[in-house]
Design a protein around this ligand. Structure first.
Ligand SMILES: C[S@@+](CC[C@H](N)C(=O)[O-])C[C@H]1O[C@@H](n2cnc3c(N)ncnc32)[C@H](O)[C@@H]1O
Length: 288
């Protein structure tokens, strides 16, 4: 997507939550039995990953949510307030800290404004903690991912990375130019997103290999977006963004891409089912 506005992250949050693999989260819970648990959420945006994981992890949790966009970090209290009622939780501020208490969980939340593209050498990763991110790994470079995995290994930290885009986009009904545009989107996904050449569609598979090579026990599961008529607005947002990403890669295909986007927009009104491939990954460190 072009930029990550609070509105876009809020639009995708329910779909992300419905798509994530519940079985892998149960595995995460058994992999991290001790409480309190320290959790570092990389590129947290306005906190969607915390809202999904906190009730499922349960118990006392100390979260550090890191993003370079201070606007998204500032939007977090309002997003937590809006979600708290549905989780039967309360949100309170204690100076800069946010404290969220639910029936089975108790989260202390610190927000950190930091540009992660400079590397994570300065980031403290506590021993046996949890390092997590959602919708991040396709944006980063191979070198950045390898550094992250090494830092997790040194700290015997568990890694949990949800919703990594894996390059699959399937439309039903199909269009003759879908393959061309999806190829252009995937080429755009590999351009630099601030962390060096992005892994894009290769991120899901590569991250499994990198953590496995460092001795982690890796489990993955699909967390595809399945987008039907109930998400027409989101389909429109995606189509507009995909068309402009494709144009950036192949300006000479601009007429074909515009016509594809027009036909796709009409089909969205008539009813299109769309699958966007994602993968969740749990990396458990070797037992000491
Ligand atoms: C796809 S969004 C995911 C946000 C959040 N994890 C979620 O699931 O809603 C990617 C996030 O990466 C953050 N980001 C991008 N580049 C970054 C960087 N160099 N340093 C820190 N955060 C970054 C963006 O601000 C955005 O919040």
């Amino acid at each position: 997507m072009s930029g990550f506005s609070d509105a876009w992250l809020a639009q995708r949050e329910p779909l992300d939550a419905a798509s994530r693999d519940a079985g892998l989260v149960s595995g995460l819970r058994s992999a991290t039995p001790h409480r309190p648990i320290v959790v570092t959420d990389l590129a947290s945006g306005s906190g969607a990953n915390l809202r999904y994981l906190a009730p499922r992890l349960g118990g006392e949790q100390h979260w550090r949510l890191i993003d370079h966009d201070s606007g998204l970090l500032a939007a977090m209290p309002a997003r937590l307030d809006a979600w708290a009622a549905s989780a039967d939780a309360t949100v309170r501020r204690d100076r800069e800290q946010l404290i969220v208490k639910g029936p089975s969980f108790d989260c202390h939340i610190e927000r950190v404004s930091m540009d992660l593209s400079d590397g994570i050498a300065s980031l403290a990763i506590e021993p046996h903690s949890l390092v997590t991110a959602s919708a991040l790994l396709d944006l980063v470079s191979a070198a950045w991912l390898e550094e992250l995995a090494k830092r997790c290994q040194q700290a015997s930290a568990t890694g949990f990375f949800a919703l990594t885009y894996d390059g699959r986009v399937d439309f039903e009904p199909p269009d003759a130019d879908d393959a061309l545009v999806v190829d252009l989107i995937n080429r755009h996904q590999r351009t630099n997103k601030g962390f060096g050449p992005a892994l894009g569609p290769a991120a899901a598979e590569h991250s499994g290999e990198v953590f496995r090579d460092l001795g982690f026990e890796v489990t993955t599961a699909r967390s595809d977006w399945r987008i039907g008529d109930q998400h027409c607005d989101l389909q429109r947002t995606l189509l507009a963004d995909w068309a402009s990403a494709a144009q950036e890669i192949a300006a000479d295909e601009s007429t074909t891409i515009d016509r594809w986007a027009e036909r796709r927009a009409r089909r969205t009104e008539a009813g299109t089912r769309l699958v966007v491939g994602h993968v969740d990954l749990l990396a458990r460190p070797m037992a000491e």
